[in-house]
Design a protein around this ligand. Structure first.
Ligand code: IVH
Length: 669
């Protein structure tokens, strides 16, 4: 029979084996649920037999009791820094210095990514992890052993052969980019402060006094060396072999290590890693070159606080600070409003940046970016520069919170922002110059008014030359004007004119679709045409009446109402009809559940918002009939201001009397 002690030892070994496969080798060996089962069994076993709990048990990774403060740790071997090279010439000069000092023609270098995390040191005694500390000032750091135990890919016990009695591993703790993004999503959802970048997130997580919090933070460790390589003398002579040895004991090292020869080798490695930078799961800020022979390293030694045998070749910084000169609002082709920060020019990611996107209003609010603020700007690869965060200490007094304008900065139409959407949009779709080209292309497209030959190039020309502003202007174009355009002969001009002319005869569904109302696609346009039968009825419909159309929900209804509420759009629609765009008016389809089916209405007086025509269309669309005079057959009289004889008659006959609101309520019921 297995004793609890044997079972616990077995479970520990199993769990750590799976941990290593998952976190170090990136190759999971069992499903999460099974891993969790093993883990729980071990936890229960240790709870029942406290004497079995060991410091290298994987259960220690979930974090123990909070500390009052971190203990100071003196580093037996100081944690130094590296000199930097920023250019190819500086990297070549490093190689030259090494060759000259060693008196050789060629030097082999071990190359590694430069991890953009926090330097730490891990002490192992007889293979057991006993102490972990931060770099601090290089001579004294802080004891963060408890927290480091929770970092899943740090081995709590080294495995494999020839594990030395004493070993101090040096490396960096960092947070993978994807995990960083997920953490920030969680922070946002919980209403907590977000982290600026993975490095800060890793630093904040490592310096938590409550290790339970650290345990929930997805930290990773990579080793880049040892405190004292002489303990391996004479078995190991190369830094690269030393790293392989660390890996053999279960210590995570970068997969992107390489040994190269000479300056050309260094620069080729730099280029290769720079190109692969985005594909790594974690941030790096350059590469590190190290003379590979340990004996040569010793010969080269140190100058002040940095080794002569190694150098960091840095990538151009992806983050920099600058000030916000203004926040402008741009309107995109689809009417989306995007706040953009105008910045004092700053060199970042290898170029000078003067603008950075702020994405949308919510984002500006969340980051609370204000004019005059000092901000951190990021430009990673070819990505559009963005404002990452404000430096709050540098905010000047009297600055005001950013607000998106209520009117489109380009055309003055109302701006809409549905409650559960992040993007605010201009509602002047048919009219707004920013949306002009897109609106025209859509209007002329095959499933809309189908104007053959009116493609993107032509729309560009027409708009850029100021010949066309809205779709209605298309119907004013003449042969001479068109024939005068670039790449446009008289024949094509005639063809285009004919196509424009032909488009005048259309259907209501196509016309509705052609307007380019947000959320109204071809199918919805057809539903609307069928339901309302006429444009007047559609124009008069409020949200409730629109939602009576099957498939039309609150979002679509609201888009439609806002679109037609914009006077600019109505003007363009009127101009289109005046230009001769027409269709056969259908009779509205009366759905069986039509709210006014079988009811007869009489209209009298002036209604507050609806014209007589619109009210009639609305009633008919809801299945009702409109009669001219009041009789016993009348079900409702809809009365507005200055209603006269008809109202009196209705009162006399005891017929129900409604105002406009009453009518709308009835339709919506
Ligand atoms: S070797 C004597 N290798 O960069 C110092 N350092 O700027 C030997 N770093 O404090 C350091 N990646 O924390 C080395 N592959 C790498 C590294 C690396 C990141 C950090 C390290 C050091 C800092 C110096």
């Amino acid at each position: 029979m297995t004793t609890p002690a044997e079972r616990a030892a077995f479970l520990r070994a199993e769990i750590e084996r799976h941990n290593h496969a998952y976190y170090v080798l990136d190759a999971p060996t069992i499903p999460d649920a099974e891993y969790d089962k093993l883990f729980r069994e071990l936890q229960e076993l240790e709870a029942a037999h406290p004497e079995l709990a060991t410091p290298d048990s994987p259960t220690q990774r979930v974090g123990g009791a909070p500390l009052p403060a971190f203990r100071q740790v003196a580093h037996a071997v100081p944690m130094l820094s590296l000199n930097n090279a920023f250019t190819a010439e500086e990297a070549e000069a490093f190689d030259r210095r090494c060759r000259e000092a060693l008196g050789v023609d060629d030097v082999d270098y071990a190359c590694e990514p430069k991890f953009d995390g926090l330097a730490i040191t891990l002490r192992y005694e007889h293979g057991l992890f006993v102490l972990g500390a931060t770099r601090g000032d290089g001579f004294t750091g802080e004891d963060v052993t408890q927290n480091l135990r929770t970092v899943r890919n740090i081995p709590l016990r080294l495995t494999g052969s020839d594990v030395p009695a004493q070993l101090e591993v040096r490396g960096e703790v960092l947070m993978p980019r994807r995990e960083f993004e997920k953490l920030n999503e969680r922070q946002r959802a919980a209403g907590e402060k977000e982290f600026v970048n993975p490095r800060n997130a890793a630093a904040g997580s490592l310096r938590q006094l409550d290790p339970k919090i650290t345990a929930q933070r997805p930290l990773r460790f990579f080793a880049y060396g040892v405190a004292d390589a002489s303990v391996f003398h004479p078995a190991l002579t190369l830094h690269s072999a030393l790293m392989d040895r660390l890996a053999s004991w279960g210590i995570p090292v970068a997969a992107e290590r390489a040994v190269v020869r000479g300056a050309a080798g260094l620069l080729a490695y730099y280029e290769k890693i720079a190109a692969a930078r985005r594909t790594l799961s974690y941030d790096i800020d350059g590469v590190v070159y190290k003379v590979n022979r340990l004996a040569d390293q010793e010969k080269l030694g140190y100058v002040s606080r940095a080794p002569r045998f190694a150098i960091a070749h840095k990538f151009p910084a992806e983050e920099a600070t600058t000030t916000v000169l203004a926040i402008e609002v741009q309107v995109g082709r689809t009417g989306a409003l995007t706040p953009v920060a105008r910045l004092a020019p700053v060199f970042v990611g290898g170029v000078t940046v003067t603008n950075a996107t702020l994405h949308n209003e919510d984002e500006v609010r969340r980051k609370d970016v204000r004019v005059g603020d000092t901000v951190i700007v990021r430009r990673a690869g070819d990505v559009i520069p963005e404002v990452v965060a404000v430096v709050p200490e540098k905010r000047r007094p009297g600055s005001a919170e950013f607000r998106l304008p209520a009117r489109c900065p380009v055309c003055g139409s109302a701006v809409e922002k549905p409650e559960d959407e992040a993007i605010a949009r201009c509602t002047g779709g048919l009219y707004c110059p920013a949306q002009r080209k897109q609106a025209l292309m859509h209007f002329a497209s095959r499933r809309a008014l189908d104007i053959e030959g009116l493609g993107e190039k032509l729309v560009d020309q027409l708009v850029d030359a100021g010949l066309v502003e809205t779709a209605a202007d298309l119907y004013r174009l003449d042969l001479a004007t068109l024939a005068g355009l670039e790449r446009m002969g008289e024949k094509s001009a005639r063809n285009l004119l004919a196509a424009i002319e032909k488009s005048k005869q259309t259907t209501l569904a196509r016309f509705i679709y052609a307007l380019g109302i947000r959320n109204v696609g071809e199918a919805t346009a057809k539903d609307l045409a069928r339901h309302f039968g006429s444009l007047e009825a559609l124009l008069a419909a409020d949200e409730a009446a629109l939602q009576a159309v099957p498939e039309v929900g609150p979002v679509v209804a609201s888009s439609i109402v806002r679109f037609f509420a914009e006077p600019h759009n109505r003007e363009v629609i009127a101009a289109l009809r005046a230009a001769g765009v027409s269709w056969e008016e259908g009779t509205p389809a009366v759905p069986s559940r039509a709210p006014l089916a079988g009811k007869t209405f009489v209209l009298t007086g002036t209604l507050p918002t609806l014209t007589r025509e619109e009210a009639k269309a609305l009633i008919e669309a809801a299945g009702g009939k409109v009669a001219g005079s009041v009789s016993k057959k009348t079900d409702y009289v809809v009365a507005g201001a200055e209603a006269g004889a008809k109202l009196a008659k209705a009162q006399e006959l005891g017929i129900a009397i409604l105002d406009e609101n009453g009518l709308r309520r009835l339709i919506a019921s």
